[in-house]
Design a protein around this ligand. Structure first.
Ligand SMILES: Cc1cc2nc3c(=O)[nH]c(=O)nc-3n(C[C@H](O)[C@H](O)[C@H](O)COP(=O)(O)OP(=O)(O)OC[C@H]3O[C@@H](n4cnc5c(N)ncnc54)[C@H](O)[C@@H]3O)c2cc1C
Length: 637
């Protein structure tokens, strides 16, 4: 199959306008005849459901949690990018586009990224109009701060709670449509299959997480906005319910999975403290605006930070990258932190931490100013570590945070299954091999508020409407398979808990497919995952019944999928014989230990096709063509 990204012709700045004009429209009176399923109520799904319903479509929206408001997006802290150029510091659509393509180490699609930059300003207008309480300057203008990989301030924020405030905005818009009867909301449902009839996505099968019932829903198109899969690593900054199940099961039905090995490791997280932990906590990148990263100059220096004089500290990011300093992109900052710790300069009990120090900023701006910007983050840090970051530096270490890989989509955000659209973190589209901070919220909301409302209309208008009901045998076949899968999990009655397997998988992924990788380790990981999956199928213990609220059963299904998907990540990492962004293969690095790309052989999206249980997936390549940005070795010096 040839992958057609359907990138419109013409100059990059005109592509989206021309494309929108070229898309067929659904007559307003006809929109009410269409049913659309949206899975997920984070920023991508919440905004898509509200926008599609506002247009007149009938929307059925599903989420795992008891309320759409509890989607993982609520956790986003630092901010959302937009090229408004309020600061007059040189920003523009072009600069946001360029920074994002460069930040992603030239592994994203130019046309998508330019569109994202173009739409970024609309998002801020939409959200401000909804009442999202963005921080403001003294004069009333919305305030901006800086994030990694950019030399302009373009990040809009609401203290350290930007995701929460944006989600409340999307949720309000969604609630309005629920009340108007245009959105039917199905909380506590887990999508376990997408139903494909005559090559088109025509519905989903879900498990009601309260009653255990398997339910079927049909539609004219399906939109997946089910978030990222960072929890394949067990420990991550993601919400506990974040998972790969929806996208992985769509993959098994024919949707290609793109760049699964592209994972983002965030440099500023609270370090791991012990084996009992099930969650890691992010300390927002915004803190690197004012916090200075350092380690003791001498390896093994165990003095407390206050006893180490300035002359014996190594502000390694500022020294090595004078142009960007502490605001280098996440992949660069993470690898450097690891490098310092590997040299024995790490701090804290485990030696797996570096300092993020606010002493200079507090001296310069005063404690009140710092508290106003980051107060809730400082409070969170103190609650977790019992250390006061106003008085001593935070200790931070990289942790798994985001996944750039996801289901392959074309310019319309449609997967390789007709009528199956994928939005937000669940798709692979805009961030290449490394996402810049504050760009995920921008992408999720661009997808939901401003792209899908056009492109889904184009799809529906171009296809003859065919009636399909849940009586179709494809729904029964899917429901039966799910039912027997659930029964099988419960019948194993082994000796190890689901979490125990998940933790072991996470260790394998972190050790061999984490911040840095090598061929030998990846091959080993593949075997270890296969063995672990074999053991899971014979020895997992899932207590309780399937006719009840049973979180062990929920988790077992998700971990079963992670155990298959982890292997796909490793296969992808092994195949990409270069280093780029978050994919750092030790065999491919420059003399200065930076990622060394191979543009001649790997300037493509790797899209994997499922070929059947136990069979090798098939690789398809979408070549990446750069007409507006010159491919260069990324440098932040
Ligand atoms: C701690 C933290 C801080 C962050 N801060 C920022 C930031 O400051 N700026 C930024 O740009 N990005 C940030 N990010 C990244 C950003 O928050 C996410 O990428 C983004 O919110 C993802 O949104 P989404 O709508 O795609 O998915 P999510 O918000 O993850 O929503 C997924 C939805 O899908 C549903 N779902 C999942 N699987 C199923 C299923 N099988 N069946 C039914 N429903 C399902 C869930 O119930 C949920 O409603 C942060 C991430 C973390 C972890």
């Amino acid at each position: 199959m040839r992958l057609d990204a359907k990138i419109p012709a013409g100059p990059i700045a005109e592509k989206w306008d021309r494309h929108r004009f070229g898309l067929k429209l659904v007559n307003p009176a006809n929109k009410r005849k269409y049913e659309i399923i949206v899975v997920g109520t984070g920023l991508a799904g919440g905004s898509a459901s509200a926008s599609l319903a506002e247009l007149g479509y009938n929307v059925k929206t599903f989420c795992i949690q008891d309320s759409p408001r509890r989607a993982h997006s609520i956790a986003a802290q630092g901010g959302i990018n937009a090229s408004k150029n309020y600061q007059n510091d040189g920003d523009s659509d072009w600069r946001l586009f360029y920074d994002t393509v460069k930040g992603g180490d030239f592994r994203s699609r130019e046309a998508n990224v330019y569109r994202l930059a173009q739409l970024s300003g609309n998002i801020i207008d939409q959200c401000a109009a909804q009442g999202v309480p963005f921080a403001r300057e003294y004069g009333g203008q919305l305030a901006n701060r800086s994030f990694g990989g950019a030399q302009v301030s373009r990040t809009f924020y609401a203290r350290g709670q930007t995701g929460q405030q944006l989600l409340l905005g999307a949720y309000s818009a969604l609630s309005r449509q629920i009340a108007a009867g245009k959105v039917k909301m199905y909380p506590r449902r887990e999508m376990l299959d997408v139903v494909v009839i005559d090559g088109q996505a025509r519905g989903i099968v879900v498990r009601n997480l309260v009653t255990g019932e398997i339910e079927k829903y049909s539609a004219d198109a399906v939109v997946l906005s089910t978030g990222g899969y960072a929890n394949v690593f067990f420990l991550s900054t993601n919400a506990m319910a974040s998972n790969v199940t929806a996208t992985y099961r769509a993959y098994k039905k024919g949707a290609f999975f793109a760049n699964p090995c592209f994972t983002q490791i965030h440099p500023t997280c609270i370090p791991v403290h012990g084996t009992y932990q099930s969650k890691l906590t992010l300390m927002s990148e915004s803190l690197r605006n004012d916090g200075r990263v350092w380690v003791p100059e001498k390896p093994g220096d165990k003095r407390s930070p206050s006893q180490i004089p300035e002359s014996e500290r190594d502000y390694y990011l500022e020294n090595k990258y004078p142009s960007f300093g502490n605001l280098v992109p996440r992949d660069v900052a993470s690898r450097n932190a690891k490098e310092q710790c590997d040299m024995g300069k790490g701090v804290g009990e485990t030696g797996l931490a570096v300092y993020l120090d606010f002493a200079d900023a507090i001296k310069r701006d005063g404690r009140d100013v710092i508290a106003k910007k980051y107060g809730n983050l400082f409070q969170m840090y103190e609650k977790i570590t019992a250390e006061n970051p106003y008085e001593s530096p935070m200790k931070i270490y990289p942790a798994v945070h985001y996944t750039m890989g996801g289901l392959w989509v074309d310019y319309n955000l449609m997967s390789t299954i007709d009528g199956l659209f994928v939005l937000g973190e669940a798709n692979f589209s805009d961030h290449g091999a490394n996402r810049l901070g504050a760009s995920a919220l921008m992408q999720g909301l661009a997808d939901g508020y401003f792209i899908i409302p056009y492109t889904i209309g184009g799809y529906l208008a171009a296809n003859t409407k065919k009636q399909v009901s849940t009586d179709h045998p494809a729904f029964k076949e899917s429901a039966d398979r799910i039912e027997s899968g659930v029964k099988r999990l419960l019948s194993i009655k082994g000796k190890r808990t689901v979490d125990d397997f998940h933790r072991q998988l996470g260790n394998i992924m972190w050790e061999y497919c984490g911040m840095s990788r090598n061929d030998e380790g990846l091959k080993k990981a593949r075997k270890l995952i296969q063995d672990l999956r074999g053991e899971f199928r014979e020895n997992v213990l899932v207590p309780g019944s399937d006719k009840d609220f049973n979180q062990s059963l929920e988790k077992a299904g998700r971990v079963a999928d992670f155990l298959e998907f982890g292997e796909l990540m490793v296969i992808d990492a092994l195949d990409r014989r270069e280093s780029c962004g978050g994919h750092f293969n030790e065999g491919y690095q420059t003399d200065e230990n930076e990622a060394r790309r191979d543009d001649e052989n790997f300037c493509h999206v790797s899209a994997w096709e499922y070929t059947g249980e136990g069979k090798e997936p098939e690789l398809h390549k979408e070549p990446l063509v750069f007409e507006n940005v010159k491919l260069t070795q990324r440098s932040y010096k």
